[in-house]
Design a protein around this ligand. Structure first.
Ligand SMILES: [Zn+2]
Length: 191
């Protein structure tokens, strides 16, 4: 199955929102997740100028982005495929995700899944929930997880061909390789 390019665009944004809002440690160091307006500003740095302005103007955007992030995290780190599916289905209902075809300038018609409300956070919720559903449909429920490197609870969404991803980022992959190498060399504990 070919994953829609819209889904490929959403996947890193989903991980970024979850990691900004919910990770207590990233890349081996503790972090303090931003909340409220700080979360809106931090997340809005990743989206288009028009989306950024809409988020900044929306009421309680930061609190609602935090709620969305918590639901996304529950889906991404769920204990079983059934739990992943249930969490995604709940978000599809909550945010009223509806497929519709859009023709952006310079692009052929493609599917969007904005939530039914005209609110930017609900729109994101609909897009993100639908993107996760399409990933499960195309690749199975095993494409999400929590970074396996030490002292990192960031999540990842894996769209690689072979689905072998286990870390949130290149730095965590490198840290884990170093740790495994040192463990093989002498069993001393490594950071
Ligand atoms: Zn990591």
């Amino acid at each position: 199955m070919e994953i829609a390019c819209n889904v490929i665009r959403q996947a890193p944004l989903i991980a970024e929102l979850v990691n900004l809002a919910t990770a207590q440690s990233r890349g081996g160091a503790p972090v303090q997740p931003p909340q409220g307006d700080e979360l809106t500003e931090a997340f809005a740095a990743n989206v288009s100028a028009s989306q950024r302005e809409a988020l900044q103007a929306a009421a309680d955007a930061g609190d609602r982005l935090g709620e969305l992030a918590a639901q996304l995290r529950a889906a991404l780190v769920a204990a079983s495929p059934a739990d992943t599916a249930a969490a995604i289905n709940a978000m599809i209902r909550r945010y009223g995700a509806q497929p519709y075809l859009v023709e952006d300038v310079g692009q052929p018609f493609h599917l969007h899944f904005h939530g039914s409300e005209r609110d930017p956070v609900d729109a994101l919720g609909g897009e993100f929930a639908a993107a996760l559903a399409l990933i499960v449909d195309g690749y199975g429920a095993g494409r999400f997880g929590r970074c396996e490197a030490s002292r990192c609870d960031a999540v990842y969404v894996d769209l690689t061909r072979n689905g072998s991803r286990r870390f949130c980022s290149a730095p965590c992959t490198a840290r884990a390789k170093t740790a495994a190498y040192r463990a093989r060399r002498g069993g001393e504990s490594v950071s």
